[in-house]
Design a protein. Structure first.
Ligand SMILES: [Zn+2]
Ligand SMILES: [Zn+2]
Length: 424
């Protein structure tokens, strides 16, 4: 019997396939892609809709274990599928941190009870303390897909060097939150004219630039796989552009919020615009977008970081860093077409881009592969409303924002895991 998606406009960067096709799904997998398929079974009319691969977010924070008041793996997955994500990778800065096989297994088990695929990222160092390497082998065996101390930079260069060396054994990327803690000090926003006017302590872009340079240098020396997280400065992109000409073990990502917000958005002291790294200048944003266009930047991520309202309301300077992001990411990304990015290029950063970095067989719509896909209405106008938020936390600066283009259905392994029309 199966599920037939009819007359949708299929667009898949992995195969470069584009056009109106029917897609037949059976037993959770794509069975046929062709024109005018006839079959019994359930039919979804996707006329006028885009159909693209289920999105992959290789950088999010799900807070479980230890921060269940902010998010759980289940609530995070509900939020993710409503934004079109079918695979998400969660960072290990939980409590306890994901730095051993038991915690990796715990996350995977919880993920299996959730609505999307949850792939854990193990810590680089034990306890995320930046000192002793975590046991990579046992974590890979349980299903860790990458390593990161995200939230903190591995400040000790020798530790970082060893991490890049040892992870080579497993061919997994080290994801670096490149930020010099000493330069960071008590900074709360980008350092510049705006921070000076607002009387806030700034974080200089050099905090990122210096550490990104160190990490690239160590990756070049060791041959280990380096993935730079959430690049935010023009100079970092320029460095990656140059380095990529000489090495093939380097990839990087940008967050969606660093592409559509600048330090000017902090002007009303909105704590939901306080993120790490901080929102930068228009010049930086332009450079990040140029990096995307040229393929220097491999992925767009959410860095979904839920926080309770109580903590976010403790004043801009005391509020924790981070914003939620699953539910608005793809709609906001579609706006980048106004900046000259192609639809194929944008989707690539959410599908085949992260799939390649992680070495996972996801992010495509191909016969024989898992039927993970999104039905997206490119014309649908909508406003992101607080009452519609599926995450447990509501720390988004995009509440009230008008957007064009919305996820209508998310299908994971042939099952509809999100349906806007049933949401109520
Ligand atoms: Zn980070
Ligand atoms: Zn993060």
């Amino acid at each position: 019997m199966g599920l037939l998606i009819k007359n949708g406009y299929l667009i898949d960067p992995a195969t470069n396939k584009e056009g109106v096709f029917d897609i037949l799904i059976e037993k959770g997998k794509v069975c046929r892609i062709a024109k005018n398929i006839r079959t019994k079974g359930t039919l979804i009319d996707a006329k006028g809709m885009l159909v693209f691969p289920g999105l992959i977010d290789m950088h999010c924070h799900l807070r479980e274990p230890g921060g269940e008041d902010k998010e759980t793996i289940l609530s995070g997955s509900l939020s993710a599928v409503s934004g079109g994500f079918t695979t998400i990778c969660c960072m290990p800065n939980t409590n306890p941190p994901i730095d051993n096989k038991v915690t990796v297994r715990f996350v995977i088990n919880r993920g299996e009870e959730s609505e999307c695929e949850v792939l854990p990222i193990g810590a680089i160092t034990k306890g995320r303390e930046g000192k002793d390497l975590a046991p990579y082998g046992e974590m890979v065996e349980e299903g860790a897909v990458a390593f990161s101390d995200d939230g903190d930079c591995v400040m000790d260069s020798l530790v970082m060097r060893r991490a890049l060396e040892y992870t080579k054994l497993y061919n997994k990327p080290v994801i670096s939150h490149s930020e010099d803690k000493n330069l960071l000090k008590n900074g709360v926003m980008n350092e510049g004219v705006v921070s000076a006017k607002m009387g806030l302590v700034g974080i200089p872009s050099e905090a990122e630039i210096i550490m990104a340079y160190r990490d690239i240098s160590l990756a070049r020396r060791t041959g280990g796989r380096l993935h730079l997280a959430h690049l935010s400065t023009a100079e970092s992109v320029e460095m990656v552009r140059a380095a990529k000409k000489q090495m093939d073990n380097l990839t990087c990502e940008v967050t969606i919020h660093h592409l559509c917000l600048t330090e000017d958005d902090v002007k009303d002291y909105n704590p939901n615009c306080k993120v790490s790294p901080p929102l930068r200048t228009g010049r930086d944003v332009a450079a990040l977008i140029k990096g995307l266009k040229e393929g220097v930047v491999d992925c767009i991520v959410t860095d979904h970081a839920p926080h309770t309202e109580e903590r976010k309301r403790s004043g801009f300077e005391n509020a924790p860093f981070g914003m939620i992001g699953f539910e608005t990411a793809i709609s906001l990304a579609m706006e980048l077409r106004n900046e000259g990015l192609s639809l194929m290029g944008i989707l690539s950063c959410f599908t085949v881009g992260p799939a390649r970095v992680l070495g996972i067989d996801r992010g495509c719509i191909k016969e024989g592969k898992y039927a993970d896909m999104v039905i997206f209405d490119p014309e649908r106008e909508w406003v992101y409303r607080r009452e519609d938020i599926r995450s447990k936390s509501v720390n988004s600066p995009f509440i009230g924002r008008e957007m064009t283009g919305r996820v209508i259905k998310t299908i994971r392994r042939g099952k509809v895991v999100f349906d806007l029309n049933l949401k109520g």
